[in-house]
Design a protein. Sequence first.
Length: 309
Amino acid sequence: MLSWSETRCTRAARFLTGCAASCALLAATLPAQAGAEREWIPLELLARVQNLRAEIDLEPLTRRAPLDDLARARAGKLARAPQSERLSRRVSIDDALASAGLTQYRRAREMVHLQRHHPDPVDAALEAWRAGRKAWSAALGAETSGVGAAAVMGDDGWLVVVVILVEDRLSRDALDSLEDRTFEAINRVRQGYFLAPLIWLPDLGAIARIHSQNMGREGFFDHVAPDGRGPADRLRRAGQRFLKLSENIVRISDDDDAIDRAVEAWLSSSGHRRNILDAAVTHTGVGVAIGDDGALYFTQLFVIPVDDE
């Protein structure tokens, strides 16, 4: 749990959002190396699925390192197993997630495909995925949010492709609700101290949400991201000018009473409490995201925009 504040008037800057580019299918003709991971295969395979999701207006899947690690371990184990045992003794994906400590998901599906000497391994894996009704439905499901994938070549020349798809306990709608309710809870606290309620500014909410998503995805918990940018940098890049800015963040391990726990944690800290009860600030935005570790990451911005001069 950390708080941050800065008072400064700055020039506007345009916020540039990156977009993921599709990986080109380049390595199909490379010589096989037994036991080696084929990283380009899941990249291209997932790029094709992301394109299909975009065509039907679905949010892109988030590739998550813990799911990649599990997919890689499962693919490697199958690649090393005797052919007769490759699928018969496979542990269920639910049990595998539990053993890996990844218990934050509501539902999981897995696609496993074995092939040998196929001229287009990505196309072959995609066709096998389409043939699996439940796994393919999950790939194009609105509730599916996370994915991990790996491809490993066995010593006998068989390629094993594993894709793991998960639904988070909390949907985007549920996270939106957490943001709204956190905003309302903070205003109730302010009103209890006879302070004016804060005004919701959608751009601030978007900036706060991106920071929460980055913390949850990249595995850090700080006001300053690994790229060195802090709250003021994020606002400037989004074209937001301000006279005063402060930020509260908190990590909640699960969603049980998450809002009450977040607000209580902030109020028990002098820095966070000062930001909440600052009579000068007028606008706010809250962003909530669920991390790869299953925790909830909250970010709230407190701002005096330049327009309030």
